[in-house]
Design a protein around this ligand. Sequence first.
Ligand code: PMP
Length: 364
Amino acid sequence: MKANKIIETLKNYEAGKPIELVVREFGIAPEDVVKLASNENPKGTNPAVLKAIIDSAHKAHLYPDDSMYALKEALAKRYAVEPNEIIIGAGSDQVLDFIARAFLNEQSSVLMSQVTFAMYEIYAKQLGAKIIRTPSYQHRVDEFIEAYQLHHPKIVYICTPNNPTGDAISKADVLKIIEAVDEETLVVVDGAYMEYASAKDDRFSIAPKDLMIYPNVIYLGTFSKAYALGGMRIGYGIAPHALIQTLSKVRPPFNITTLSMVAAVEALKDQDFVHDSIALHSQEIERYEAFARDHGINYIDSYTNFITYILRDGQSSTQIANRLLEKGVIIRDLASYGMNALRITVGTPIQNDIFFRKYLEVAH
Ligand code: PMP
């Protein structure tokens, strides 16, 4: 049976491989599999959050509060905005879906950097929109402005820090792009990894509040990274009320669960956990940088919880990723993004030791 013509031509999003797959395919015990492929927080679930989830589990028979009052209040307080300037999604992924459905059609185009988060393209293509990419994998202000003036896209996606490369664009440069577009273009500032960038260098730190004077800009954040809640699927968009009202029209009711909401509210209270996550990460990423230098691997300076190694000619990222997989180490091959590169989520000290050891066994 034929589906909608646009859908027939789409590619599926390639998610990080699950531990279960490696266990099944290579007969490796689950405890020997190291998953450094989906930019999850290696500290694990925050114990206070886990307790809150368990304490609320008895409410599973009730639909969640569709107004998401408690979570919006908590986010509004944290980011110094109003609750009605917030939309909640099942991951920021779902907010990206709302954005595409609210603003795109077959006449639209969207602008993004050469290598960036794959879902921007996937959602835009589902609506028949045309994809325009800047030439560089980094976000370059001049390239964005030039492409904007040429194509007048409906949406400009700025992913900072950028997945899957790990680099970031300064707040001053983001503002230059925003100032260059007119109000009929929506600018999406995706800050999924912003907590890591803010901790590393203040010039790269963007708060939702910084963007609220623009009626056509939305900031996206997630609980999946620094807050260690990838499995609970909670993300948010923050923008002026009129924009949030528009997006709310395409939001299905009860789109996140009662337990996700409880988890997010509890997680926001525990900023020490976030600080500790970032401290562990900062310490461990230095080891990845030193390892790269010691073994002649180029890497991109990272503002995220992962690092991207760029391989030299003669080495194949696909081959190395596959060999690591056979040894129970799951990382991300960036060949499908047109890069001979590997994206490795920075794990616990033990996971990282295993990665270094196995990498040397497979890469020659
Ligand atoms: N934006 C970026 C840049 C991401 O890397 C991700 C997760 N991989 C997301 C958005 C979506 O995250 P989530 O749906 O888990 O909030």
